[in-house]
Each structure stands twice: as structure tokens, then as C-alpha cells.
Design a protein around this ligand. Structure first.
Ligand SMILES: Nc1ncnc2c1ncn2[C@@H]1O[C@H](COP(=O)(O)OP(=O)(O)O)[C@@H](O)[C@H]1O
Ligand SMILES: [Mg+2]
Length: 292
């Protein structure tokens, strides 16, 4: 209910802006043409409504029986095209489960969990486990390009190699890393390779699950800077999971705060951190402030 009201309001604002390029007072609805409506920015890329998520677990008392345990409760939010949207919360609150549900990696759920984006991709906290250790970086990139561009027709080997080199340079690594194995890279370099591997597939949505949590602080800052740069260049939509409020405030336009499977609050990042509505968020902000 709340959701649909919000959407209607958004539309009205968009319509008014489309007419004059700036906000107009009063009722501008009657003069809006259909074509103008379509130009409205703000396509919804992720739509989650009244989502409940469950896992089957072994019953402690009866090891051969399974119990259905709820890990997500009545979750609702939406992500607009081109924004970085933060999902925040302590370890175990259900952040990963939520995004896995979006990618159909969790089956037992009720409600709406839809991604309106071609080739959504995910990057993880531990960049090493998602890289094939037996292959050089160049091979991995070219293979990812080949697999994701099958429909676009045959490309020459030279073309594919050039695409791989270009992407490597985009993430701040020179051509020589084409010949490196994952084990020969530092943590930050591995995460750069993971980002390159996902972006070469031209995703409309990137889901980053604590992508900097395992890295040193200085490397964290470099990867964050890189993600921000790429997001601007490529107009990416990013769903960014973190337990670090400072990282979220640097990156995200909107955030939602989770606790024990529930959304405690959500809104514009600045607003949420400046005027937390819940004691829980206020406490997180206080703790983050002490760390700085
Ligand atoms: N595959 C699974 N089977 C059963 N329970 C799981 C599974 N994965 C995660 N959980 C449980 O679901 C809850 C949420 O976990 P998770 O989504 O990984 O949290 P977060 O990413 O916020 O740290 C935790 O209690 C965790 O133990
Ligand atoms: Mg997680």
C-alpha cells in the first residue's frame, strides 16, 4: 500500500519536471503527453515487495526432520536505474540471503523479488574463491567475454583479446596482468579482476556483496573509488552490501538498514544517518562515529 502511493508520487514529480525542466507549482498533469512520460528517468531495476524468505534446517532434536526457518520478514524496497543502493546490517542479519533470492539462488520465498535488468552480476567478499586458479587473467576475461557475447556473432581472436585488455585497463591494471595467475595477485588486484570479469559481460545490475570487507583500508578506498568511477562511466546500477556505515555514506544515494531479517528503516543515506528514526540505526551511527 505504502509502496504504490510512493510510486504515484514519484511519477507526478517526474511529469512535472519533464514539462519545464524544473519544478512547477500547481497541477501540471493535464498537459503531459504520453511520449514525455516515457522519457522520465527512474526505471525501476529491483523490485522487492512483501518478501518473506525461508531456509530448511535440520531439527536439532530430530536430526532426520527438517524445520522451515524464516530469515527474511516482510521486506519491501526498490532500486532505481543508475543509483548505488546500500544494504546495511550486522553479520547474519540476512543481507546475502536477500540478494541471493533476487538471483533465484534461494527458492523458498513468498512475495515479490524481481530484477528488471539484463545479465545481473554479483561480486563477493572473497575475490579468490570466485577465480579459477588454473587459468591466467587474460584467459578468464576472454572466456567471460566470449560466453556473454555469443549472440552478438563471431568475433576475431584479436578483437576479443583487445576487449579483455581494455577492460583490464578500465579497472586500473595494465596489459601485463593478462599473463598472471590469480595467485600471483594481491587482494586488491584480485578484486579488480573480479570487477573486470563481471563488467565485461555488460550487466545492467551489479550486486556487490561486501566487496571491500576483506581488504586493507587503503585498498578499500581504491576499490570504492574505482566502483564509483565505473558506475558513472557505464551508468551502472549497483546494489551494494556492507556492514560499514562509512563506506555506505561514501557510495550510496539510498540505504536500507536490516536487523534480524527485518528492514529497520530506509531512505536517503544522508537523511537516515543524520536523523535516524530507530534506536538501532542511531546506535550504529554512534559506533561508526567512534571509529573514525
Ligand atoms: N544455506 C543456508 N541454509 C540455512 N541457513 C542459512 C543459509 N545461509 C545463511 N543462513 C542463515 O540465514 C541467516 C542470514 O544469513 P546471511 O544472509 O548470510 O546474513 P548476512 O549476509 O547478513 O551476514 C543466518 O542466520 C544464517 O545462519
Ligand atoms: Mg553476507
Amino acid at each position: 500500500m505504502e509502496k504504490s502511493e510512493e510510486k504515484i508520487t514519484d511519477k507526478k514529480i517526474g511529469e512535472k519536471e519533464n514539462i519545464t525542466g524544473k519544478k512547477i507549482e500547481g497541477n501540471g498533469r493535464s498537459t503531459v503527453k504520453k511520449a514525455e512520460k516515457k522519457e522520465k528517468p527512474g526505471k525501476t531495476i529491483v523490485e522487492v515487495e512483501r518478501l518473506n524468505i525461508y531456509y530448511d534446517e535440520r531439527d536439532r532434536k530430530h536430526p532426520f526432520r527438517k524445520v522451515r526457518r524464516q530469515v527474511g520478514y516482510d521486506l519491501s524496497f526498490s532500486v532505481e536505474q543508475g543509483e548505488i543502493f546500500g544494504i546495511l546490517g550486522e553479520s547474519g542479519c540476512g543481507k546475502t540471503t536477500l540478494v541471493k533470492t533476487l538471483l533465484h539462488m534461494v527458492e523458498d520465498y513468498e512475495g515479490t523479488a524481481v530484477v528488471h535488468a539484463a545479465h545481473p552480476q554479483m561480486i563477493f567478499q572473497d575475490p579468490y574463491s570466485s577465480l579459477n586458479p588454473a587459468r591466467k587473467v587474460g584467459w578468464l576475461l576472454q572466456e567471460a567475454y566470449r560466453m556473454s557475447h555469443k549472440k552478438a556473432g563471431a568475433k576475431t581472436r584479436e578483437h576479443i583479446r583487445q576487449e579483455a585488455v581494455n577492460m583490464l585497463q578500465k579497472v586500473g591494471l595494465s596489459e601485463k596482468y593478462m599473463e598472471h595467475y590469480p595467485r600471483e595477485l594481491s587482494g586488491g588486484q584480485r578484486q579488480r579482476v573480479c570487477i573486470a570479469l563481471t563488467l565485461i559481460q555488460e550487466p545492467e545490475l551489479l550486486i556487490a556483496d561486501e566487496p571491500v570487507s576483506a581488504l586493507d583500508v587503503t585498498i578499500q578506498a581504491q576499490i570504492i573509488k574505482l566502483l564509483l568511477k565505473l558506475q558513472k562511466e557505464m551508468g551502472l546500477t549497483i546494489l551494494f552490501i556492507t556492514h560499514d556505515l562509512r563506506v555506505a555514506s561514501m557510495m550510496c544515494r539510498h540505504v536500507l538498514i536490516m536487523k534480524e531479517g527485518r528492514i529497520v528503516e530506509q531512505g536517503e543515506t544522508k537523511e537516515v544517518f543524520r536523523n535516524p528514526k530507530s534506536d538501532y540505526t542511531a546506535r550504529l551511527v554512534e559506533i561508526a562515529g567512534q571509529k573514525v
